[in-house]
Every structure is written in structure tokens, then in C-alpha cells.
Design a protein around this ligand. Sequence first.
Ligand code: NAD
Ligand code: DAU
Length: 354
Amino acid sequence: MILTTGSAGFIGSNFVLDWFDQGDEALINLDKLTYAGNLENLASLKDNPKHIFVHGDIGDKALVSSLLARHRPRAVVNFAAESHVDRSIHGPEDFIQTNVVGTFHLLEAVRAYWSSLPEPDRADFRFLHVSTDEVYGSLSKDEPAFTETHRYEPNSPYSASKAASDHLVRAYHHTYGLPVLTTNCSNNYGPYHFPEKLIPLMIVNALAGKSLPVYGDGQQIRDWLYVKDHCSAIRRVLEKGRPGEVYNIGGWNEKANLDIVHTVCRLLDELKPRSDGKPYGDQITFVADRPGHDRRYAIDARKIERELGWKPAETFESGIRKTVEWYLENQSWVTNVLSGSYRQWVEKNYAERG
Ligand code: NAD
Ligand code: DAU
């Protein structure tokens, strides 16, 4: 079996659902259930005895050690993190606690467990750390895309905390020989994406008749990848990746934020036209920029394609259509997510942007 962390969140829950679609190896899912963790994402697995959910913190070394000793997983995949850049600007502490200190305690528990394994289990064990392209910093318009050897230059408390965790993971391989794998992925989108992030926020706000807040001039560029493709890449790296290596994962799909918002609006115009017949694009408003906003991310994903034979299956056109359709078909998921604490966050983040 394997142990995954943070897999009641957006990417982790997609990973777990895909895991059981593809096979029947057991999976222990350790999640703290912060505002971003949602067991409703995993409701279809509630009668599956091979999915073992444990409510807990990656920073709780005693808990992690006891789970490892009891279940003896062959791999750990670490999704758990505080993941939203704007929240890290308003309150960085949780990011340091989970992404840095939590990852450290998790690594310590895993190292002790791995050291105790007999061969060949010890050689076969893997610790896969799920990270982000944001650790590489911001690119100018014409700079080449990030490769795995690009310098680290994180610009937000979020990306700095992820960079710190990447360095710890790297050091545990270099110093102790722990068989680690690190993946640095671009922006994901798809089902179960929490509506604090650009694409789901735009869908949810558009349908609610609210404004669509574009930060700054909306010309910041991100490289978008359908979440199921990220999950298939992680499975491939887990299966075939070389310990100690880093793999960049991306969709070869750079888009400016404003273009993304227009695409979402056009799809909604087609699939769920406004009752007054006007275009959703009329709801777009430009608001104050994110402090320290990275201008451009782009992933060079040639290494994972060359060495592990992985490529994204989805085009942006097919993936974004599926995503908008998913939100239209899952309005009750959206309603349940839009709780009191979500509303407080929206007020805090957008009130001061004018
Ligand atoms: P998310 O915020 O949707 O989910 C994070 C999950 O981690 C939640 O279920 C939360 O409850 C859990 N969690 C938080 N703190 C925890 C702790 N201390 N112990 C145990 N569980 C904890 O995040 P996501 O978008 O699914 O991202 C997952 C991982 O992928 C993160 O490490 C993130 O940095 C990375 N990543 C995300 C993207 C993206 O576009 N979303 C892109 C590249 C990399
Ligand atoms: O690049 C990978 C990263 O992608 C992950 O590591 C992060 O966990 C994930 O949250 C995401 O970070 P971003 O900051 O790029 O995603 P977000 O959806 O918050 O914003 C995408 C872009 O859209 C960014 O340039 C800011 C802009 N934006 C965002 C929001 C929420 C707006 O213009 N308006 C908004 O209301």
C-alpha cells in the first residue's frame, strides 16, 4: 500500500480517485482537513475498505510514525500544504508550519521507518514530494521555460515555504540516502478546485452574478495543466522516476490570466447563458494587483517526456470545457464549499482591492 498526505484537497483527491480507478492497491490518506480539505471529494470511496482515511497533521511525528509502523507502505506521496499565494500574503505563519516544519517532521518519521526496512523493501521505498513551479520565481516574456536546473528564486511566502521543503527533501536524499522524488508542476485546473483560485472563482462568481476580479492588467502568464494529467505524471514518476531526481510537469500551455477569464466567460455564455442575454464578460473588473505578483511561469517538461515517456493527454480546450461542465453539474458541491469561512476570506482578500 501507499500513504498519501493532503489528499482531501484539490489535487490529492483527484489523485486518490484516479488511483482506485486504475487499480486496487490500498491507500492511507492522511489529511488535517483545513478549509481546503473536503471529504465530500472522496464520497464515492466511502464503502471502499482499501481507502483508509486518517484525520491528522503531517507535523505530528508520533501519528505518522505509528501509521508507517502499522501499515508498512511502500511509498509516501506528500501533497499536504498550504497552497494559496494570496493567503500566504495575508498570513504566512500556517505556510511555514505546514510546508516547512510539517514536511520536516514528516521526513523525520519517514527516515526512521525507511531505515528500519529490510532489503529489498528499503531500496524499493519512495518518498515523492509534490512541489510547484513557483519556486523558480518569475520569467520575463522571452526567457526560456523553467528546467529542473533553474535557480530557486521564490517570491511569495508560499513559494518560499515550498522552496524550503524542496531543499529539505533534497538534503534527506543527499545526506541520508532517502529515495526521494520531487515534482515541480505548473498551475492545475479541473474538478474539486477550491473557488479561491482563479478558474473556479471566475466560474462561481460569474454564475452568482458577481464581479470577476482580475488582478492588475491581467497579462500575467501561467502554464495550465488539467489536474488528471498531473495525477498521471505523479503515478509515472512514482513508478519509474530515478531516486534523487527532480521532474518538472507542465502542459505546454501558457496563457494570460485575462485570456483565461474570457475563455471561461465564453464557455458559460454557450453552456449557461445569462438570463438577461448579456455576456458574462461584462462582469470582468480590474482590481488592485497581488503584491509581488510573479509575471510569468513556464515549464519545460522535456525531461519527464524523454526519461519517463509522460505527456499530457488533455488539451486546454478540452480540459477547460470539462471543468466548466463539471462546475455546472456539481452546484451542490459548490454550495457546500461556500461556507461562512469562505465568505470571510473573500471579504478579506477583495474588499481592500477596490
Ligand atoms: P489544496 O490547498 O487544495 O489542498 C491541500 C490539502 O492539504 C488539504 O486537503 C488540506 O486539508 C491538507 N493539509 C494542509 N495542511 C496539512 C497538514 N499540516 N497535514 C495534513 N494535511 C494538511 O492544495 P492543492 O492545490 O491540492 O495542492 C496540493 C499540492 O500540490 C501542494 O503541495 C501544492 O503546493 C502543490 N501544487 C499545487 C498546484 C496547483 O495548481 N494547485 C500546482 C503545483 C503544485
Ligand atoms: O504555479 C503553480 C501554483 O499555481 C501552485 O503552486 C499554487 O498552489 C496554486 O494556487 C497556483 O498559484 P497561482 O497564484 O498561480 O494561482 P491562482 O489561481 O491564485 O492565480 C492564478 C493567476 O490569476 C495569478 O496570476 C493571480 C491571478 N488572479 C487570481 C485570483 C484568485 C486574479 O487575477 N484574480 C483572482 O481573483
